[in-house]
Design a binder for this molecule. Structure first.
Ligand code: SF4
Ligand code: SF4
Length: 370
């Protein structure tokens, strides 16, 4: 497998500059021949939101990728399944639906007639378009992630799973390691053929939905999801083997047999590492004994990071209630804009923090109180 990762510095969403750099990266990484082929471009659209929030892949990056593929003779489709996926979703606030209108690329609704993918352990619903296209090009966003620490190429494939099936995976794989194994399994079943990561503006802090924009100033390309994630998480200042999806994928030796297999093409990597990027602290209490105790003594669970609801910011929109895969959140019986967490049901998947658009869900330690 191609193990090359190409990185180019890019500090602004200038359409011409971004197009030229993506074109250069595509050539340098020997991106697939798309002439006469049907290609799905899959950005990261966690929530349909203003691009300035850096929650989703920037529309300038999406447009550059679409136009490059069209210039090479491809028929391009664009789509993703956000965290809260309702029928008719069109991704208008993020500017990506406009990209489709401008370029003539077809916007695809992943909820229509989903297909099935066979994983190592069972089956999963998957967008049927993944079966209809010749190639998938994934455009992850450079972001932190409360659960798996860093969200990159491997995590971006979760959006190929339509609707609530995504949140259900948290209930089925209810801790960091199990969920990471599932993500790697999913990527082995449906592997996109090329990746461009939008790291021009990344997200530090409480990603993937409530962090802070951070000028990481890179575009990263690869045909290899693991090689890309190892380089990207290194730039974010993580030890890449602390990212569970990286460690699990590397142990399987499908995409890389060793980190030294990566063929790196770009500026001196050390000069790109963002030491001031606010990372998610790596949990140190995840050994087998700690897990055993945690699953049996509810009080110990209170010492973990958990969702803490800031009632003053809550609008009562109930998106967190709809996404919670284990029904751990309810509305207060008397107060209108006040949600209540049933802590012993909560599996710490942080989907509620991902979907809350009003900064009303913090992920932090809070031993006492609701
Ligand atoms: S916490 Fe956020 S998502 Fe939940 S009801 Fe309040 S505003 Fe909506
Ligand atoms: S309350 Fe939030 S963190 Fe807990 S299980 Fe529900 S969605 Fe996940």
């Amino acid at each position: 497998m191609n193990t090359k990762v190409t990185v180019r510095r890019c500090g602004e969403y200038n359409p011409i500059k971004v197009y030229d750099l993506i074109s250069e990266i595509y050539t340098a990484c020997e991106g697939p021949d798309v002439s006469g082929k049907k290609v799905l471009v899959k950005p990261n659209i966690l929530i349909d939101s203003n691009p300035a929030k850096c929650i989703s892949t920037h529309p300038v990056v999406v447009e550059a990728m679409v136009r490059l593929l069209q210039s090479k003779g491809a028929t391009v489709l664009v789509g993703d399944s956000p965290a809260m996926h309702l029928p008719g979703f069109k991704c208008e606030k993020s500017g990506i639906y406009d990209v489709c209108r401008r370029t003539g690329a077809e916007w695809v609704d992943f909820l229509k007639n989903p297909a099935e993918a066979v994983l190592k352990n069972g089956k999963i619903r998957i967008a049927s378009v993944t079966r209809e296209v010749d190639l998938i090009i994934s455009l992850p966003k450079f972001k932190n992630h409360e659960l798996v620490y860093f969200t990159g190429a491997i995590k971006n494939s979760l959006g190929l799973v339509p609707g609530f099936s995504k949140a259900m995976q948290h209930a089925l794989h209810n801790d960091r390691d199990r969920f990471s194994v599932f993500l790697v399994d999913l990527n082995e079943a449906v592997t996109p053929h090329f990746f461009i990561m939008d790291g021009i503006m990344g997200m530090e802090g409480h990603g993937p939905g409530q962090g802070t924009p951070f000028a990481t100033e890179v575009l990263i390309g690869s045909s290899n999801p693991l090689a890309m994630d190892i380089i990207a998480s290194t730039i974010a200042g993580y030890d890449p083997m602390d990212i569970p999806t990286n460690a699990i994928a590397l142990s399987r030796r499908q995409w890389l047999t060793d980190r030294s297999d990566i063929v790196y093409d770009g500026p001196e990597l050390e000069t790109l590492i963002r030491k001031d990027f606010k990372r998610i602290p790596i949990s140190v209490n995840e050994n087998i004994v700690a897990r055993f105790i945690k699953h049996r003594l509810h009080f110990i669970k209170r010492f973990e990071k958990r969702p803490v609801f800031k009632h003053i910011n809550c609008t009562g929109c109930q998106e967190c209630i709809k996404i919670c895969p284990v029904n751990a959140i309810t509305m207060h019986p008397e107060k209108k804009k006040w949600v209540v967490l049933t802590d012993n049901k909560c599996i710490r998947c942080f989907c509620c923090a991902e979907v809350c658009q009003y900064s009303a869900v913090e992920v932090r330690r809070k031993v006492f109180g609701d």
